[in-house]
Design a binder for this molecule. Structure first.
Ligand code: NCD
Ligand code: ZN
Length: 343
């Protein structure tokens, strides 16, 4: 049970069910910062170069992350679903400890040109994941659509997959639209969504409405106030179908401030303090622990973390950069900070 007082909050240690930790040389710093931010586990996306697609590569990547983050942090590993992937390949990855396979529509986001043009191309793998109870994690955007409509245009594909594999555990990642939210709420309990801190807080206006804000540019794009409200409302229902995944996606400053800016927001160091603010402002701090520390683990069939982490109400200024990456809320003052990790 969370302990909540005016100046201190102690939670079962949180999980982040969607993170990008990249590769050397950045990886060590991003992994360390994630652990220091208060996360006991994070589910690591496989869109590296080359992608994580087989057991040996996955094991090597896991070891690299583990060495950087230290013993208090556990990386949860994923693989990228590739066209033609077989049931046997999925079984081998499950045996090697993968907790999810990630579906990227070809061209939808960073390092996804080798993704899938049609979901049918990985139907064998999906059938095996359904049989094994492994989570099918989806970047739900149709890259052929207009930028702010891509999620909505993907929903018919999502429904086809849900109908074809009715027992498959599916996670609609970083949900960003009212329509997507509505669909997840309506589908059975084997379908869930992750929500990021930036989709809870931002709209398209924050990116485009004034001076262009490259450090807020990400996929899927934050949308209208109506969409943001739908996501907030879903989170505030306390439904077991919605839990935290940051989609923290560091890109070096020069890859964001240039003529062809990369998509992704680095939120790991600030996500938990901002989530506390969010739930506190809504008068629903009672929902915080389930959102960050319980519902994701339950959906994935994992034990909850046994350690705890405390946050104290103590103002701090977010650094302008972490290892060449401009974080979300750079140079802004936040109200809460992680204190100590206890047994
Ligand atoms: C992510 C990245 O940079 O890897 N970018 C993003 O805008 N979210 C990929 C992703 O999750 O779409
Ligand atoms: Zn992502």
């Amino acid at each position: 049970m969370a302990e909540i007082s005016e100046n201190k909050i102690t939670l079962k240690a949180p999980d982040d069910f969607h993170i990008h930790l990249r590769q050397a040389p950045g990886l060590a710093e991003y992994a360390r910062l994630t652990a220091e931010a208060g996360f006991a586990r994070a589910m690591v996306m496989p869109n590296t170069l080359p992608p994580v697609t087989e057991p040996a590569g996955m094991a090597a990547y896991k070891e690299e992350i583990q060495n950087a983050a230290g013993p208090g942090f556990t990386p949860l590993m994923t693989f990228k679903l590739m066209p033609g992937m077989t049931a046997a390949q999925v079984r081998a990855l499950a045996d090697a400890g993968a907790v999810a396979g990630k579906y990227y529509p070809a061209g939808a986001t960073t390092n996804s040109s080798d993704g899938l043009t049609h979901w049918e191309l990985c139907a064998d793998a999906m059938g095996e994941m359904e049989r094994l109870g492994m989570v099918f994690s989806i970047h739900g955007e149709d890259p052929a659509g207009p930028a702010l409509q891509r999620e909505q245009l993907f929903l018919p594909r999502f429904r086809e997959m849900a109908a074809a594999f009715p027992e498959l555990k599916m996670v609609f990642e970083h949900i960003s639209s009212a329509e997507g939210t509505e669909m997840v709420r309506e589908l059975p309990d084997n379908v869930a969504a992750t929500v990021t801190i930036h989709h809870l807080l931002l709209t398209q206006e924050d990116i485009l409405g004034g001076a262009l804000a490259p450090h807020l540019f990400c996929r899927p794009l934050p949308k209208s106030d109506r969409d943001r409200r739908a996501i907030q409302d879903f989170v505030l229902t306390g439904s077991p179908k919605v839990f935290f995944g940051s989609d923290s996606a560091p890109h070096l400053k020069e890859k964001k401030e240039c003529a062809s800016g990369a998509a992704g927001i680095f939120t790991s160091p600030v996500a938990l303090p901002l989530l506390i603010d969010f739930f506190e402002e809504k008068g629903r701090l009672d929902l915080l622990e389930a959102f960050v520390s319980e519902k994701g683990a339950a959906f994935y069939g994992l034990e909850e973390n046994t350690c705890t982490v405390s946050f104290v109400k103590e103002s701090w200024t977010v650094p302008a950069e972490y290892a060449g990456v401009v974080p979300f809320m750079a140079e802004k003052k936040l109200n809460w900070r992680p204190a100590c990790v206890g047994a």
